[in-house]
Design a protein around this ligand. Structure first.
Ligand SMILES: [Zn+2]
Length: 144
């Protein structure tokens, strides 16, 4: 019985491509962090969470470097910052327009499925301005 080689996506190559197309030099640390960030589909995470993942994966990187790298990725358009809580910055790997659930207590961010929320009645904006983003956060808590 032949076992076919399983074709796994290569997280390193994917990360390098992602960095290059965002105009960032693919340094070792950026590749490692981008590999963690973008290998698992759409995610929302804090610098602390990514730092824990990096430590768990044996990637030697300081929290300050993780933080700086996340902001570089954001400036390059690879991530979007979510203003959900003032005490914590969440980074979203999905940069398209979408809205979020935030589960209070669990501090967990989830995407609201596309089309299940309709934002209507937006105000007129000042002369010379346009709406860049509308971010809706629906805050949830466990019942009882
Ligand atoms: Zn999201």
């Amino acid at each position: 019985m032949d076992s076919q080689p399983v074709h796994m996506p290569c997280p390193t190559r994917f990360a390098v491509d992602r960095l290059r197309s965002a105009g960032l030099r693919p340094t070792r640390q950026r590749i490692a962090l981008a590999g963690l960030l973008f290998a698992k589909g759409d995610r929302h995470l804090t610098a602390e969470e990514l730092h824990d993942e990096a430590s768990g994966a044996g990637i030697p990187v300081s929290l300050a470097t993780v933080y700086n790298t996340l902001h570089q990725f954001t400036d390059a358009g690879m991530l979007r910052v979510l203003a959900i809580e003032s005490s914590k910055t969440y980074f979203d790997t999905n940069t398209s327009d979408h809205h979020h659930f935030f589960i209070e207590g669990d501090n967990e961010v989830m995407d609201i499925p596309m089309g299940s929320i309709l934002v209507d009645g937006l105000p007129n904006v000042p002369e010379g301005m346009e709406i860049a983003h509308v971010d809706v956060v629906v805050r949830l808590r466990h019942k009882g």
